[in-house]
Ligand binder design. Structure first.
Ligand SMILES: Cc1cc2nc3c(=O)[nH]c(=O)nc-3n(C[C@H](O)[C@H](O)[C@H](O)COP(=O)(O)OP(=O)(O)OC[C@H]3O[C@@H](n4cnc5c(N)ncnc54)[C@H](O)[C@@H]3O)c2cc1C
Length: 481
């Protein structure tokens, strides 16, 4: 590859105690938490709004925040505050009101109890409000480009703003880019996908309006045996409609299942069905190919819905995602790694900074038709250790969100938005504490962090954990998507 040396003096006019890179679900909560815990906090985001996959990617609903039995809300803290604020303005339906299987869960039962449908536009506003109220300085239209390191510290972060490059001098950095862009540039080791060339596929989400909910529900009720397996529990993701279209030559995609998630309004649905294999979310050329194929697939899927799904006859295509949905890229090496065994054995270590019960949900790793979906037994959970966020070879760098230090399958569980928001809150709180004390993030007093998180409504209740993980040997049931 030809190389070109580019040398230029750029303004070093920005400083922060805590710099948060990326304003997705993790970054939003990281920035709010850092500021509320006393740090001078700067958030940079390449888009003109926060939310990441939840807004730009049109990904919805927020996956469950409950234990898999649906009795206890496990992910609380800032996630719960976001939900409550959304509900207060009519921008979400509270997860306690949403059960599975139903139109809100694409008629899936396992692992989907108490999801949270929300309105994208309400989330954008509430993110702005929470950041401003907390005192976070926001820079939208600002893209991370590079880092300058000094020994084991990130000293400056280079960003591209509308008027050119700037250097930000910061005490602590939280990389919430989803892809670990900053950690990778700094030289933190990482693994792509499962480390053996397999990575989850991308999806172009889209939203449609004009759906007749009663008609959809009625068709599923009338043809129940064609949609559900004999035990009435597991479910083949509406494959019956797809099969009819395939036989008529109207379905050319290599997919058997579709995902149709009703939103807050009963006629507006989010469609999670396209599947683009082999997209590298850290590579612009690969992303470009994915965006184009994604929109092509959306056209075919939309035509299919209108023709084959009762209730969708008058549907209108409202919008495709402003960005392709990326499920997986880098898993950054931390001082601890969340293993798949940790998740399936329901381990809650002493240094857990959040608990969750989200299923291991790995799409398409072995081809467009493959799906691995493993739920925990009711009333069980696993804990995510603090060290999964602390970059192994830096004193002042955390990662939060889907790119934390986790084996690929374990990441398949915590990658959904409520756990990412829990991770963000923990990272922001930790970074603020370290900025104040000067601590190396790898040696942070995690007991003090856990106390602080509990004070801020994070669910780390020892009694609950002990009672509900009483019998981890029996925890796993294989689901079916
Ligand atoms: C197709 C699909 C379906 C999914 N379904 C669900 C679901 O139903 N429910 C659920 O809860 N979760 C779902 N998820 C998972 C979830 O959406 C993501 O894993 C989650 O949003 C990750 O949060 P994050 O904050 O780590 O990253 P992201 O949401 O990706 O946010 C990263 C943010 O960083 C910004 N950014 C990135 N790079 C830079 C840079 N260099 N400079 C500046 N800013 C940058 C981005 O613009 C973005 O705002 C789905 C994901 C996909 C792709």
């Amino acid at each position: 590859m030809a190389e070109f040396i580019y040398k230029k003096s750029i303004p070093a006019d920005l400083t922060a105690d805590v710099l948060v890179i990326g304003g997705g679900p993790a970054g939003l909560c990281a920035a709010v938490a850092a500021a509320r815990n006393g740090a001078d906090t700067l958030l940079i985001e390449q888009n003109g709004y926060c939310g990441g996959m939840a807004t730009a990617g049109l990904v919805a609903p927020f996956m469950t925040c409950y234990d898999s039995g649906g009795t206890t809300m496990l992910i609380r803290g800032l996630f719960e505050e976001v939900v409550d604020r959304l509900v207060a303005v009519g921008g979400a339906i509270h997860p306690s009101q949403v059960t599975s299987p139903s139109s809100f869960t694409s008629y899936i039962k396992n692992g989907h109890n108490h999801v949270t449908p929300f309105r994208v536009e309400s989330l954008k506003r509430i993110a702005d409000e929470m950041l401003i109220e907390s005192g976070v300085r926001i820079l939208y239209h600002t893209t991370f480009v590079d880092v300058v390191t000094e020994g084991e510290r990130v000293a400056q972060v280079i960003v591209a703003m509308k008027d050119g490059l700037h250097a930000i001098t910061t005490k602590m950095v939280i990389d919430c880019s989803g892809d670990g862009d900053c950690a990778a540039a700094a030289g933190v080791p990482y693994q792509m996908g499962n480390g053996a060339g397999r990575i989850q596929p991308a999806t172009m989400f889209f939203r449609i309006g004009g759906v007749d909910l009663a008609k959809v529900d009625a068709d599923i009720a009338a043809n129940r045996d064609n949609f559900y397996r004999k035990d009435g529990v597991n479910y083949r993701s509406l494959h019956w409609w797809v099969e009819k279209a395939r036989q008529a030559g109207d379905w050319t995609l290599d997919r058997v299942s579709i995902g149709l998630f009703r939103g807050v309004d009963e006629d507006e649905w989010s469609i999670n069905t396209s599947r683009i294999m082999g997209v590298d979310g850290t590579d612009s050329a690969s992303l470009t190919r994915g965006e184009i194929i994604g929109r092509e697939q959306v056209e075919e899927i939309f035509r299919f819905l209108v023709k084959y799904v009762p209730g969708f006859e008058n549907a209108r295509l409202l919008q495709t995602g402003a960005t392709l949905g990326i499920r997986e890229t880098r898993h950054i090496a931390g001082i601890r790694t969340l293993t798949t065994d940790d998740v399936l054995a329901c381990r809650v270590p002493d240094d857990a900074i959040m608990i969750a019960a989200n299923a291991v949900d790995v799409h398409g790793r072995y081809g467009p038709r493959s799906n691995e979906y493993i739920t925990l037994a009711p009333n069980h959970c696993y804990g995510v250790p603090y060290g999964t966020m602390a970059a192994v070879n830096f004193a002042n760098l955390l990662v939060a969100g889907r790119c934390i230090s986790a084996e690929s399958d374990a990441a398949g569980a915590i990658r959904v938005m409520p756990p990412c928001m829990g991770l963000g809150q923990a990272a922001g709180t930790a970074a603020a504490m370290a900025a104040a004390s000067g601590a190396d993030l790898r040696e942070l007093n995690v007991a003090a962090l856990r106390d602080r998180l509990r004070e801020q409504n994070v669910m780390l209740d020892e009694e609950f954990i002990a009672n509900n993980n009483a019998n981890p040997a029996e925890v796993c049931t294989a689901g079916c998507m």
